[in-house]
Design a protein around this ligand. Structure first.
Ligand SMILES: CC(C)(COP(=O)(O)OP(=O)(O)OC[C@H]1O[C@@H](n2cnc3c(N)ncnc32)[C@H](O)[C@@H]1OP(=O)(O)O)[C@@H](O)C(=O)NCCC(=O)NCCS
Length: 132
């Protein structure tokens, strides 16, 4: 919840985390020196993996933790026999966009005005990855 509070312009509530973790969860956290430094929230939906939220504690960013979490998720997809991963990212979140591109995700489509912002709304870019 602490990481989420400063990482997401519209942070998830505890209720949202609880509801999403209840169902078909492929989610996990990364612990380093007894401290939670990252989380990945993903669900199996039919034959797809929906990556719903991923975040790294601020002081540990740009050190490969995000890449590590995607590699774990890909291994989990293999165990679940899932070939496709899908996600939505805010158009303004260039860092996340670059991060996903580097990890093999490609743009699929756009959901206009999907996300709330402080001043209005912004588009969601839908990205997908086809695991080999
Ligand atoms: C997106 C996020 C999870 C990436 O985690 P991370 O541990 O910092 O990422 P990594 O160190 O594994 O970086 C992997 C690649 O992502 C890209 N990337 C990561 N941070 C970047 C930055 N600040 N600027 C540009 N590219 C960046 C780079 O391609 C990087 O590879 P490189 O270091 O070899 O150039 C992290 O920035 C974060 O928690 N952001 C806030 C939450 C968020 O926006 N989540 C996505 C919601 S859709």
């Amino acid at each position: 919840m602490d990481i989420e509070a400063y990482s997401n312009p519209t942070p998830w509530s505890k209720h949202t985390f609880d509801k999403i973790l209840e169902l078909r969860s492929m989610s996990f956290v990364v612990i380093h020196n007894s401290k939670l430094i990252g989380f990945c929230i993903a669900n199996k939906v039919l034959d797809e993996c929906h990556l719903q939220n991923i975040s790294v504690v601020e002081e540990m960013r740009r050190q490969g933790v995000g890449d590590f979490m995607v590699s774990i998720l890909l291994k989990r997809m293999k165990l679940f026999e899932l070939k496709t991963a899908l996600l939505e990212v805010r158009r303004s979140n260039k860092i996340a966009h670059d991060f996903y591109r580097k990890n093999g995700f490609q743009e699929l489509s756009v959901r206009k005005n999907y996300y709330q912002t402080k001043n209005g709304r912004e588009d969601a870019i839908i990205m997908h990855l086809e695991a080999v």
